[in-house]
Design a binder for this molecule. Structure first.
Ligand SMILES: [Zn+2]
Ligand SMILES: [Zn+2]
Length: 192
């Protein structure tokens, strides 16, 4: 079990992802157009996306995340009205992660906020699922291609969502206050 330091590009926002093991989260690579649009909009495609447009994400619980500095720099966009809450830092546009809502014990932490270069495979295990391959850039290796979400990945995520919620791990959350309101008002972005 490790505590992974969190740090934005400029260093104003710092924190810790507590008690992480490869088993208590799900590491996935998402190629979807929304994840690509999120990174690209903030001009972070170079820092976030891999050569095929994938975002390396570790799905875990909000209660494991603590910001020790600069938590007030968190900002949020949604790509459509009911879309995921996509968090980034106001200071330097570092993508932080994606949440579903206050009631969900879930955050997909984006690798850009984790200060664990070189230790990622050891800390989080290998990437378990490559999802939404239809949106990947050309040249995606066949073994990484999945149409949408592979069945067992979906099952595993749903299972985790239920367990984590039953364990009450949706709070405390650095992203939603105790009344379930986002700590920064989400801005709905026009995808275009
Ligand atoms: Zn920053
Ligand atoms: Zn995605």
């Amino acid at each position: 079990m490790v505590d992974i330091p969190l740090k934005c590009h400029c260093g104003q926002v710092r924190g810790i992802a507590h008690n992480v093991t490869p088993q208590n989260g799900i590491r996935a690579m998402c190629y979807c157009d929304d994840c690509q649009a999120f990174a690209t909009y903030f001009k972070q495609d170079v820092t976030v996306l891999d050569e095929h447009g994938g975002t390396d994400i570790f799905q875990m619980t909000p209660s494991q995340i603590k910001f020790t500095e600069g938590g007030d720099q968190l900002r949020c966009v949604r790509l459509k009205k009911k879309g995921l809450y996509r968090w980034y830092t106001n200071c330097c546009n570092t993508p932080v992660g994606n949440t579903i809502g206050a009631g969900f014990a879930f955050i997909g932490v984006i690798h850009s906020i984790m200060d664990d270069e070189g230790e990622r495979d050891q800390n989080l295990g290998p990437i378990r699922a490559f999802v939404q391959g239809d949106y990947a850039k050309e040249g995606l290796p066949a073994e990484r291609y999945n149409k949408g979400f592979p069945f067992f990945t979906t099952l595993r995520v749903f299972w985790k969502l239920i367990i984590w919620r039953l364990q009450g791990k949706h709070k405390p959350s650095p992203f939603f206050d105790k009344d379930g309101k986002a700590v920064s008002k989400p801005v709905v972005m026009d995808r275009a």
